[in-house]
Design a protein. Structure first.
Length: 488
């Protein structure tokens, strides 16, 4: 019973096997892009002072007060996500096609006979806020180091049964690393010198081929439950209680092969890792839009941090191959971990103006990513929280959108820039261009848009003696978004 308890504790502790994993995940699940209805996408989300669109419930809920009719809307997207990697001057390219429901919702408009309060509107549904669907392929030769060096460094000083069951323990039992003296005690049929002294079976400075394949899928989004009103059709006020939802899965294969020189006839090793994440929580949004005159409006909205409870399930496996045709494999147990994520607050300022049939809108967003923090009953996350409060910064985002209307036809365009949340680093900078069209027939309407988002990000494969093996990723996302709706 005691041994089982100790092993359980080791599994829990090894949930934090990667310092950067939780720092990266916290940023990933806190970041948002332009998703939602096709109209919202086509104008790059510049809706801080606009209304009459369901995405407003997750952006500026005051826009809900502008609805004069009840409405049902549904939006689906079709995307092609291209990732080009540059690792040790070798470029590789991979892509993935996906389809996602970005929006479904209903708005109920309730006109009032009060002279000042014109209507009280209610809305509920689903708005997607980010997508994680992508495939990454990284490959090159390396004559300087190996992932086996990481296993060796992390193993030295630890007994076999104290090794991380998700990494080094697998590396030992598949002969990527070994005891410096692996003599066997014939009376116990176990190692004589289980003393924490290990060697690697990979010559780290010999030529080797390294590659990584990562496939991820999932999204963040929220269920907005919103209430808004119109006062004299001049001042619009709204509030949303959001239920944020996270669904994410990731499978990673890391491989080294074609060794020019190894020990024990090792020819290749593969490390497979999988991660499944789910979470839900709560946030509050409040906003106001004021109509200065018939042609000009301004808006303000504030988003509270989201408090999200997250569950993770993960496991690893390793396989080695040898020159004599034999192979060895080992799998970890399944690990489970629970923690809380607190995301940043957000402030949105918007202004819009109409010129005959032309509408122009601009939004300014500020998001303080240094506010991100992690909490758990088991792990304090003190180092991670200190890192994020020091290295994550407040970003300023700009969104510009326009619409030209002619009878039942609307032509739309948009542009946005999202700043990097990492201090003195261009990682996660994102530029989006969009166009769209809308057409209404009676109480029905249909919208279509195309968006293209481009950005760069560094991907760290591993770190040896303070030196990171990093690939630069260029991400190019293309989406066609189709929406339909009914006013009633």
């Amino acid at each position: 019973m005691f041994k089982k308890l100790i092993f359980t504790i080791l599994l829990i502790l090894s949930a934090t096997f990667s310092y950067s994993q939780y720092v990266n995940d916290a940023l990933k699940f806190s970041s948002q892009n332009t998703f939602g209805t096709s109209k919202f996408n086509s104008m790059s989300g510049a809706f801080g002072s606009l209304g009459g669109d369901f995405s407003n419930l997750s952006h500026n809920p005051a826009g809900l007060g502008m609805y004069q009719f009840s409405e049902f809307t549904y939006t689906n997207s079709f995307g092609r996500n291209i990732v080009t990697s540059d690792f040790r001057d070798i470029k590789e390219r991979d892509w993935q096609i996906n389809s996602q429901t970005e929006n479904i919702g209903i708005v109920l408009s309730n006109p009032k006979s009060d002279l000042n309060v014109k209507r009280i509107n209610f809305g509920v549904g689903w708005n997607q806020t980010a997508s994680f669907d992508e495939r990454v392929f990284i490959a090159s030769t390396n004559t300087e180091n190996s992932l086996a060096d990481v296993f060796l460094s992390r193993s030295n000083g630890h007994l076999i049964n104290d090794l991380d069951p998700f990494l080094e323990y697998l590396a030992f039992w598949t002969d990527v690393i070994d005891l410096a003296d692996n003599s066997i005690d014939t009376s116990t049929n176990y190692y004589l010198y289980d003393n924490g002294n290990y060697i690697s079976h990979v010559n780290s400075v010999s030529e080797k081929f390294q590659y990584l394949q990562k496939e991820s899928s999932g999204y963040t989004g929220e269920v907005p439950i919103s209430l808004a009103t119109s006062i004299d059709d001049k001042l619009y006020l709204g509030v949303t209680m959001g239920i944020p939802i996270i669904e994410y899965s990731e499978r990673t294969l890391y491989s080294e092969s074609s060794f020019s020189d190894t020990i024990s006839d090792l020819t290749a090793f593969d490390l497979n890792r999988s991660l499944i994440v789910s979470g839900s929580g709560i946030n509050i949004k409040a906003g106001a839009i004021y109509r200065l005159n018939n042609n000009f409006r301004v808006g303000l909205s504030a988003h509270s941090p989201s408090y999200i409870y997250i569950q993770e399930e993960f496991n690893s496996s390793m396989r080695t191959s040898f020159s004599n045709g034999e192979s060895s494999s080992e799998s970890s147990p399944y690990g489970f971990f629970e923690y809380d994520l607190i995301t940043p607050w957000k402030i949105i300022l918007g202004a819009s103006s109409t010129f005959n049939n032309l509408l122009l809108s601009i939004d300014y967003e500020t998001i303080d990513y240094s506010f991100i923090s992690l909490q758990s009953d088991i792990e304090r996350f003190s180092e991670e929280n200190d890192f994020m409060s020091t290295n994550y910064v407040r970003t300023n985002n700009i969104k510009i959108g326009g619409e030209y209307r002619s009878n039942n036809l609307s032509l739309r365009f948009g542009y946005s820039e999202h700043g990097s949340p990492i201090e003195d680093n261009d990682d996660f900078n994102l530029v989006t261009n969009s166009i769209g069209v809308g057409y209404s027939i009676g109480n029905y309407f249909i919208d279509a848009s195309y968006t293209n988002s481009k950005g760069k990000q560094n991907y760290n494969l591993y770190e040896v003696n303070g030196v990171s093996e990093t690939a630069e990723l260029e991400k190019d996302r293309h989406r066609i978004v189709l929406g339909i709706g009914l006013k009633f």
